[in-house]
Write a protein that binds this ligand. Structure first.
Ligand SMILES: [Zn+2]
Ligand SMILES: [Zn+2]
Length: 337
């Protein structure tokens, strides 16, 4: 998944061993001649083996999220505070953790941040049930390196469902063990923080821990605000954990599926990536995906004035207060200042 398999953690000016230039990635292969029906599943996923632990966890969070909308559970589980924290969580965990942390910072090194902040953003990212930082980054760097060609792990040219979520629950031989994908993330794994999270599903306990914390805070708020600790604890679990997690998950997955099928293209990249406004709204700017494939390292994904990119605005703010440095701007278009 990497466009540019990125730079050293310790010294951003040094390219990593596997570095691939943006130009190479954008021009290596022609878009013409791709038959959308013809891309088979990556060889590394053959024979098909379902990872049932992923199916169980992802199904569970979907079922719990569904409770928020069922007629016979909706009113008991609905609290304004639960809904408010779900929306807040979409920004705090989804945008700060996945979009800004996992993607623009860790995968592409579109900017640099102090270690404490980098680790905080990575921790927020783990609260979205999207795997460890190293595995997420490895998958995404592999995607950029091979986008819509073998062995792209999640091209929707295999099938829309495969590109959206099928790939998540199927074993990929290059991505099943840290030792198999460490070549994509050597920069990250040099940091003991990320290395430790690879062991015994450490990242998953971060997700569980944050869920317990949110449930507990919900119970405390419910006790003092309404004398209903149980109902508030349940409401916060369903809304602020499950509904938010599912919404963020599908937003990220939609970047891989919708933004490689529907939308317009500013750049003639070697893949089928598109700019999709719905996905851009849903995932805080990630839907300007054709722009992103054209200039993967750029921290701004909206390249035209109407391509609003919330994450870029936050990175700009972080730069203004001195928390983001070495911010990479797009070359082809002047990103909105
Ligand atoms: Zn892509
Ligand atoms: Zn990317």
């Amino acid at each position: 998944m990497a466009d540019s398999v990125c730079e050293e953690t310790s010294n951003e000016s040094q390219p990593a061993e596997n570095a691939v230039s943006d130009e190479q990635l954008s021009t290596e292969l022609p878009t013409e001649g791709i038959d959308p029906q013809r891309l088979p599943r990556p060889e590394e996923t053959q024979p098909l083996r379902v990872m049932w632990e992923y199916v169980a966890v992802l199904s569970s969070v979907h079922v719990v999220a569904l409770l928020a909308f069922l007629p016979w559970t909706f009113s008991w589980l609905f609290t304004w505070s639960g809904v408010a924290f779900a929306i807040l969580g979409h920004f705090v965990f989804g945008m700060m953790g996945v979009t800004i942390g996992y993607h623009r910072l860790l995968t592409h090194r579109g900017f640099t941040a102090p270690k404490w902040l980098e680790h905080t953003l990575a921790t927020l990212g783990m609260c979205n049930l999207q795997d460890s930082p190293a595995r997420w980054v490895a998958i995404h760097r592999m995607h950029h390196q091979h986008s819509d060609h073998q062995p792209d792990p999640h091209s929707p040219l295999v099938s829309f469902l495969w590109g959206h979520m099928g790939w998540v629950v199927c074993r990929h031989k290059d991505l099943d063990r840290t030792s198999h994908y460490e070549r994509y993330v050597r920069d990250l794994l040099r940091d003991p923080f990320y290395l430790k999270l690879e062991r015994r599903g450490g990242w998953f306990f971060v997700f569980l821990g944050h869920s317990i914390l949110i449930t507990t805070v919900g119970a405390i708020v419910g006790y003092f605000a309404a004398g209903e600790p149980l109902r508030y604890a349940a409401s916060w679990t369903v809304w602020a954990v499950a509904v938010r997690t599912v919404f963020v998950l599908h937003g990220t997955w939609a970047v891989n599926s919708l933004s490689h099928v529907f939308g317009y293209r500013n750049y003639k990249t070697r893949d089928e990536s598109t700019n999709n406004w719905l996905v851009a709204l849903w995932s805080h700017g990630e839907g300007w995906h054709n722009n992103h494939h054209a200039e993967p390292r750029a921290a701004a994904h909206g390249h035209k004035w109407w391509e609003f990119d919330m994450s870029w605005r936050i990175i700009q703010f972080m730069e203004m207060i001195g928390l983001a440095k070495n911010v990479v701007r797009p070359k082809a278009f002047k990103a909105p200042e």
